[in-house]
Design a protein around this ligand. Structure first.
Ligand SMILES: Cc1ncc(COP(=O)(O)O)c(C=O)c1O
Length: 363
C-alpha cells in the first residue's frame, strides 16, 4: 500500500483481506450528484440521512455538493458528526431521559440542532431541559402520513400539538416532519397540506416540511410544499432499493468482498461472510441474502454468524475454493454498522480507507 502525492491511497483490491466492504467511488459520486441536481431543480433542500454511511468525510462530501445539513437518527451519530465539523443536524428520533436531554443541550451549544417530537412526554422533557439552559430548540412535529410508525395521527392532532409546542418555554415549533410510506404520494400530500393549512390558520407557520426515504425520493416534489428531503440509502443503494424501483444493480455502490472457503457438495459453496458481514435482512422468499455479481444465479440461502451458505444449483459456472466474490447486500445501512472501515475503490484500485466513525453509536 502507498499514497499518491495528493494523499490518495493506492493499492489493489487483490491486496485487501476479506470480508471487506468496498464502495465503488464512481457509482457513489454519480448517486450523490444525480440526487443533488434533482433537488436543485425541484427547489427542495437535501438533508441526507447519514445513518447509511456513518462516515464524517462522506457527510462533508454531501454538504460540499450542496446538501443543506444532515439528518441523524441517534444523538451518538450526531455527536460524531459535530466533532467532525458538521454544524446543521436534525435528530429525527424522540429523545427521552435525563442523559439524552443533557447531551442534546450540549450539542445545541455547538451546532444548529433541531429535533422531532410526536408526544407531550418528549416535549415536556425537551422544554424543561432547554428552558433550564436558557436556550430555545427548533422542534418539528412528527406526523404519521401512513407509515404506521411514530407520528401524530390526524391534521387536527398536529395543529393542537403545534400550538402546545409553541407555548412551551425552551422550544420553537419549526414545522412538520414525516417518514412517508412508499407509493402513497397523494395521501402524504393530502395530509401535509391539510396539517400545514390548519397550522397557518392558527398563525403557526411550518417553516420546515421535511420528508424522507430513498424508495420514493424521485417523487418527493409531489408531496407538495416540501422544503427538504432526507434520503439516506441513495448514496450506496442496495437490493432493497432495486426491489423498490428506486435504483438498478448498476447504481449499487457497496459490495462485500467475500472468499469461498468451502465447496462441500457440487451445488454448495460456503463464504467467509455471514450475518456479521452481510447482515441477515431478507428481501422475501427465495431472494437470499445478497446478489453475487460473478454468479448472479447463485442464492445466498443461509447466513450463520461467519458462514454464508450458497446454493449453486441454478448456476452454469461454479466458484473454486479461494475464489473471491463481490456481493451487493440487501440492506446497506446495517452492513455499515457491522464494519470498522470501508474501502473506496475505482476499478481494481483502492483509493480511500474510511473509518466508520459513527458505527455502533446507538444511544
Ligand atoms: C426518519 C428517517 N428519515 C430518513 C430516512 C432515510 O431513508 P432511506 O434510507 O430510505 O433513504 C430514514 C430511514 O430509515 C428515517 O428513519
Amino acid at each position: 500500500m502507498h499514497h499518491a502525492a495528493d494523499g490518495t491511497l493506492i493499492m489493489q483490491i487483490a491486496e485487501l483481506d476479506s470480508p471487506s466492504v468496498l464502495i465503488d467511488l464512481d457509482i457513489m459520486e454519480r448517486n450523490l450528484r444525480r440526487w443533488q441536481e434533482h433537488c436543485n431543480a425541484a427547489g427542495i433542500a437535501s438533508r441526507p440521512h447519514v445513518k447509511t454511511h456513518k462516515i464524517p468525510e462522506l457527510a462533508r462530501l454531501q454538504i460540499s455538493l450542496g446538501a443543506k445539513g444532515i439528518n441523524c437518527q441517534k444523538l451518538g451519530e450526531a455527536e460524531v458528526m459535530a466533532d467532525a465539523g458538521l454544524d446543521d443536524i436534525l435528530v429525527s428520533f424522540n429523545l427521552i431521559g435525563a442523559a439524552k436531554l443533557a447531551r442534546a443541550v450540549a450539542l445545541a451549544r455547538r451546532i444548529k440542532l433541531s429535533v422531532v417530537c410526536d408526544n407531550d412526554v418528549v416535549a415536556d422533557g425537551l422544554s424543561d431541559a432547554f428552558a433550564a439552559a436558557g436556550m430555545r430548540l427548533d422542534v418539528l412535529a412528527e406526523v404519521d402520513t401512513g407509515g404506521a410508525r411514530n407520528g401524530l395521527q390526524t391534521p387536527q392532532d398536529v395543529v393542537a400539538f403545534a400550538e402546545r409546542l409553541s407555548n412551551r418555554p425552551g422550544l420553537r415549533f419549526a414545522g412538520l416532519m414525516t417518514y412517508p410510506p412508499k407509493g402513497k404520494v397523494a395521501e402524504v400530500r393530502a395530509f401535509l397540506s391539510e396539517a400545514g393549512e390548519l397550522c397557518r390558520r392558527q398563525g403557526l407557520e411550518p417553516k420546515v416540511v421535511s420528508t424522507g426515504g430513498t424508495p420514493d425520493m424521485w417523487k418527493a416534489s409531489g408531496y407538495g410544499g416540501v422544503t427538504e428531503h432526507r434520503a439516506g440509502t441513495y448514496i450506496y443503494n442496495d437490493r432493497m432499493m432495486v426491489a423498490a424501483g428506486a435504483a438498478t444493480l448498476e447504481d449499487c455502490a457497496m459490495t462485500v468482498l467475500a472468499t469461498v472457503v468451502s465447496r462441500p457438495t457440487p451445488d454448495r459453496a460456503v463464504l467467509d461472510s455471514g450475518a456479521k458481514s452481510l447482515a441477515a435482512d431478507l428481501l422475501g422468499p427465495g431472494r437470499g441474502h445478497g446478489h453475487i455479481r460473478e454468479y448472479p444465479d447463485a442464492l445466498i440461502e443461509q447466513l450463520h454468524e461467519e458462514h454464508g451458505v450458497v446454493d449453486l444449483s441454478r448456476c452454469t459456472g461454479r466458484p473454486a475454493i479461494g475464489e473471491r466474490l463481490r456481493i451487493v447486500p440487501n440492506h446497506t445501512c446495517v452492513v455499515t454498522n457491522l464494519h470498522d472501515r470501508v474501502w473506496g475503490v475505482r476499478g481494481e484500485t483502492v483509493e480511500k480507507a474510511w473509518d466508520v466513525a459513527a458505527r455502533g453509536r446507538s444511544t
